[in-house]
Design a protein around this ligand. Sequence first.
Ligand SMILES: [Zn+2]
Length: 322
Amino acid sequence: MTFQHHHGSSQHLAIADHLLKGEDVSFIPSPNTSGAFPSGLPDTIVIHFTAGSSLSSSVNVMTNADNKVSAHMAIGRSGEMVQMLPFNKIAWHAGKSFWKGRTGLNKYAIGIELDNAGQLTANDEGEYMSWFGGVYKSKNVFKGVHRNQPSPSYWHRYTEAQIMRTFALCQLLCQHYNIHTIVGHEEIAPERKVDPGPAFPLDKLRMRLLGNTTSASDLAMEMGSESTAMTHGNQRSDTAAEDISLQEEQEQGAVQAVVSANKLNVRSGPGTHFAKQGAALYAGEKVTVLSVRDGWANVARTSTGWVSESYLAMVEDAKESK
Ligand SMILES: [Zn+2]
């Protein structure tokens, strides 16, 4: 795979009147909308893969009134972007879905679809097949464990250009709208959906964009490094070089942390004024860090909640990559 240098174009994205402007950005309107978001919304981004064979075929599907599906954006494998609905209009991408007390996420969320063939199966020739009969070489295949599945399987890789442009778009959306939640379709419809899957660095995206406004950001920035234990206050590595290695970092596994306090309360939000939620955590327990905000880490064990981040020691979990 040849890496296309999209740094420049990524940084020249802008939003005017709810429309994206920039290099390799086009607008192909979709009729599939239920009208404007209520005021204060959208506040959520949902990431998807198309499970399609090309950007144009997926855009055709989402702009045809018969199909009753749409998304705000589709991002191709060279980083090219197609907007189908302005960001102030409700699109139809989430379907039956739920997240933190909400149902039907379409009415809260911007939908971003990435051109990707999805989950693949190995054939006898050492190649990999998509559901629609596409054939992929091993260099374009990611082996990893899906968050909703018990064992590793094969996934079409995203390109670096695609990931970098997705990060740039989400960053811009966070600046223009009141975005506080970034989720995968697989998280809001776990019974039905597996997108964007383990090949997409979703936890990294969340930490980068939702956990980067306080001193906790230094910690978030360091989480992808190869050290086995990290403490707060290491030097930042917010560089282009780090951006380029996003996908590799994701392949090394999820960000995990070990509880360092004797007993650590789990709360429903990032602050001591939020109610305690479920059982406390104890020293040595391992959790997955989903995001960091205002000195608080949103962590997962069997359920999620917020704990004081200063009582966590971050570790890099060297989960299998291939
Ligand atoms: Zn989806």
